[in-house]
Design a protein around this ligand. Structure first.
Ligand SMILES: [Zn+2]
Length: 361
C-alpha cells in the first residue's frame, strides 16, 4: 500500500513537472456572437446589402466601403486583420465552398448551448435555453484556473450577461465581468474606473442584459495590460444583436470593428516580451445564421436549416502559417476546447469526457 502510494506521488510530480514545462504558454479565446462564415470567407453579401429592408438606406456607402469584384477582395475590406495577418500567420477553418466544414454539434444553434459547447468541449442536450441554470459542467477556463501555473491568472470579459451562468461564475473562481458588471471589481486601474463610469452612463440599446462591445473590449484590454492574465476570454455580442434587428449595415460595422480589436490584441501581444511567442489565439462564434433563404440571415436556431454552420481561426507559436484551410474536412465546435488546450501544451481533463481536439499542424 505504501509503495503504491509513493508511486502515485512520483507520478503526480511527474505530471506536475510535465505541465510546468509548458506553464508559460498563454491563451486568448475570442468570440463574436452569431457571425456567419459567409462574411468571414466571402465578405459582404451583396444581395442582403442591396435589400432595402436590411441596408438602413445606406447601400451606396456599404458598397463603397465593403464592396469588391471577388469574395477575396470583399473579405479583405470587411476583415483586414483576418485576411492580412491571420491568413498569413495562422489558420482559418470553415469555408464550405471548398468543402471545409465547421458545425455546432449541439442540435439547437443558439447562444448558451453554443458557448457551453465551446467552453466545456462536449454537448449536453439538456442545455436547451438561454435561461438555463448555472452550467453544471467544468469549463476550459476553470480547468486552467485549477492548475498551479495558472491559478489566479484567468479571466473572462463578456458583453452578454448570461456568461455568469454559462461559465458558472460562482463555482469557477475567476473573474467573469459581463454586461453591466462593474469592471473595477477585477482591477482598480484608473482607466478601468473611467470605463466603469462610462458603462454606467452609456446608451443601452440591448437593455440591461448586454452592453455595447466597446466597453467589454476596453475593460478586457485594460485587464490584459495591467493584470497580465495567462488565460483570457473575450466575448463580443453586437454582430448577433444587429443581425436580429435586421440591420446589415451595423452587423458589418460590428464585424469590422471586431476584426480591428483582434488585431489590436495581437499587435499588443507582439510588443510584450512575456506574451510574444507564447500566446495562442482561438477565435470563433457560437452559432451560424440563415443564408439558403436570404431573409433568414437575421435569425438562427433549429428552424433555420443552415444555422449550425460556423467557423474558427487559430494563430500562435504551435500553429503553422497555412492560412485559409482549403482541404475538405469536418470539424465540430465541441472540439475547440481541447484544440486550445493542446495548443498551449496541456490536456483538458475534468469530470466529463472532453471531445478530442482538431489536429492543428
Ligand atoms: Zn441570436
Amino acid at each position: 500500500m505504501k509503495k503504491i502510494f509513493s508511486i502515485s506521488i512520483v507520478f503526480s510530480l511527474f505530471a506536475l513537472k510535465t505541465f510546468a514545462q509548458d506553464n508559460d504558454q498563454r491563451l486568448i479565446v475570442i468570440t463574436t456572437d452569431g457571425f456567419r462564415w459567409h462574411e468571414v470567407f466571402k465578405g459582404m453579401d451583396e444581395e442582403i446589402a442591396r435589400d432595402k429592408r436590411y441596408n438602413q438606406g445606406d447601400s451606396l456607402n456599404l458598397f463603397k466601403t465593403y464592396g469588391g469584384n471577388s469574395p477575396e477582395a470583399k473579405r479583405q475590406k470587411l476583415l483586414p486583420f483576418f485576411w492580412g495577418t491571420i491568413a498569413k500567420q495562422g489558420q482559418l477553418y470553415g469555408n464550405r465552398n471548398v468543402g471545409n466544414q465547421v458545425d455546432n454539434a449541439n442540435p439547437y444553434w443558439f447562444s448558451y448551448p453554443g458557448y457551453s459547447e465551446i467552453m466545456t468541449g462536449q454537448v449536453d442536450t439538456l442545455i436547451n435555453s438561454n435561461d438555463y441554470m448555472p452550467n453544471p459542467h467544468t469549463n476550459l477556463l476553470e480547468f486552467f484556473n485549477s492548475k498551479p501555473s495558472y491559478i489566479g491568472k484567468v479571466a473572462a470579459f463578456a458583453a452578454w450577461g448570461a456568461f455568469d451562468r454559462i461559465l458558472n461564475e460562482k463555482r469557477a473562481g475567476f473573474p467573469v465581468i459581463n454586461a453591466f458588471d462593474d469592471p473595477t471589481v477585477a482591477s482598480n486601474d484608473p482607466k478601468m474606473k473611467l470605463i466603469s463610469d462610462m458603462l454606467t452612463d452609456s446608451h443601452k440599446p440591448f437593455g440591461t442584459g448586454e452592453c455595447l462591445d466597446v466597453f467589454t473590449h476596453h475593460a478586457a484590454m485594460n485587464y490584459l495590460q495591467t493584470k497580465r492574465p495567462k488565460v483570457l476570454y473575450i466575448s463580443y455580442g453586437e454582430t448577433d444583436e444587429f443581425a436580429h434587428e435586421a440591420k446589415y449595415k451595423f452587423y458589418l460595422e460590428a464585424a469590422h470593428q471586431f476584426d480591428a480589436w483582434v488585431g489590436e490584441i495581437w499587435n499588443w501581444i507582439q510588443s510584450q516580451p512575456d506574451y510574444k511567442g507564447k500566446t495562442t489565439l482561438l477565435i470563433t462564434t457560437d452559432h451560424g445564421r440563415g443564408d439558403l433563404d436570404k431573409t433568414k440571415w437575421t435569425g438562427h436556431g433549429q428552424s433555420i436549416s443552415d444555422a449550425h454552420e460556423i467557423w474558427f481561426a487559430v494563430m500562435g507559436p504551435k500553429v503553422s502559417p497555412l492560412g485559409e484551410i482549403k482541404t475538405a474536412g469536418q470539424y465540430y465546435q465541441k472540439q475547440l476546447a481541447q484544440t486550445a488546450a493542446k495548443l498551449v501544451g496541456t490536456k483538458f481533463e475534468c469530470e466529463h469526457e472532453v471531445t478530442e481536439g482538431v489536429e492543428i499542424k
